[in-house]
Unconditional design. Structure first.
Length: 80
């Protein structure tokens, strides 16, 4: 898909130089950069989905006894 976007001159120049140095088109460089940006922010979607699941499950009846005991033993064995 073709689209027009505005970018600062310095960003354009650096993207153009990168495209030339790597033998890629500017479109390929911009597309790869945008794909990477989207992937980096996909965690936000995962976190939102996990928060929704936890909210549906509720917080339970307090801390798990096994987990509490294991955590206490671990802390006792640490050097402070």
């Amino acid at each position: 898909m073709k689209t027009a976007v505005s970018v600062p001159n310095e960003v354009f120049a650096r993207a153009d130089a990168l495209a030339k140095a790597t033998g890629r088109s500017r479109s390929e460089v911009y597309s790869a950069a945008l794909a990477e940006y989207i992937a980096r922010h996909a965690d936000d979607e995962v976190t939102t989905a996990l928060d929704r699941v936890v909210g549906q499950l509720g917080e339970g009846n307090g801390p798990d006894e096994f987990v509490s005991t294991a955590a206490a033993r671990t802390l006792e064995n640490l050097e402070w």
